[in-house]
Design a protein around this ligand. Sequence first.
Ligand code: NAD
Ligand code: MG
Length: 382
Amino acid sequence: MTKNLSILGSTGSIGTQTLSVCEKLGINVTALTANSNIGLLEQQVRRFKPKLAVMGSESLALDLKQRLSDMDVKVSYGLDGLCEAAAEESADTVLTAVVGMIGLKPTLTAIAAKKNIALANKETLVAGGSLVMKAAKENGVMIYPVDSEHSAVFQCLQGCPDKKMLKKLILTASGGPFFGRSYDSLKDVTVEQALNHPNWSMGAKITIDSASMMNKGLEVIEARWLFDVPVENIDVVVHRESIVHSMIEYNDNSVIAQLGVPDMKIPIQYALTYPERYPCDVGVLDLSQVCTLSFYKPDYDTFKCLRACKRAMSVGGTATAIANGANEEAVRLFLDRKISFTDIGDIVWDSLDAVGARQITCLDDVLTADKAARDFVKSISR
Ligand code: NAD
Ligand code: MG
């Protein structure tokens, strides 16, 4: 395939799967970035020969440069390095797979440099969706969803004659490891239990977000921006088997779904090959083996994060950046065993009371709200 791709977050779960798709399809890799996993980034650079490699810090960048002294590759670091990778001259597409809203500025940089975006990094849209979608429109670039639910909606929308005929998006949620549990019974769950996702193998932060259902809240907001659908028209349904990846409902009540085995290589590949399809290195879906597809209403009382995201979306402006920033800090504290699992939802909810939301006019508005939310979490967890 004649595609030149920069990958932000190439050593993570999405990043490594993206590289295996690139290898299979012969996609040229122009830049690779990692926060701290220097050994894996070195291997990736040797294999894919990008022009630029980026590490999280200056000292790691110096170390990487030395390890790669036999190769012709530029090495940079930090947020500036991520932005450099995002704007790498020979790239036509940037796949954003860093974790957290740290991805916002590099995404805006890539858009300004007229690169199409394959977006896995949902926190970017949650924090600054209005800025990202406006910039994409102004620069005439496409944002292709990588998140499986949004890829499913995008796939279902192919052939939609007019968006006016669309009634609803229905996002599916696995329900995570704590489906069916009460709020009180979740107070003492351990990090290990929360990291034990039934269907997907992913990075730690999104796995905790899936257990708390924050992930689905983030995805409702992500869908609102990607598809320009009012949040009232985005439903969530718990679907334990993760086979139906999401659905759309038309005004005649016909529902279109996208199905497949739970493997991120399908949505990653579609984001890179759209509108074409190629054979993909994933299992075949055998519904006679799956036997049952089950669907339930989400429990908004137990999973307070999901409720908080809907609330943030209805407040608008920087409220979703506040909920996201508070969650990023709360998840870090939970993984460090400093707070309990149910504290995460309480903190996200309380951040919306503690930090006032404002209109978003520029990137600084988002960064200020994000910092205020993080400061709030730090102040209560001391
Ligand atoms: P991960 O933790 O496995 O990987 C994160 C990547 O980002 C790594 O390469 C890491 O080095 C880099 N990174 C982390 N913090 C950084 C920082 N501060 N600065 C620069 N680089 C940094 O995460 P993941 O599971 O691959 O998820 C990546 C993104 O994709 C997240 O936003 C997640 O919500 C989204 N996503 C993931 C999946 C999945 O199946 N893993 C599915 C849908 C969406
Ligand atoms: Mg998802």
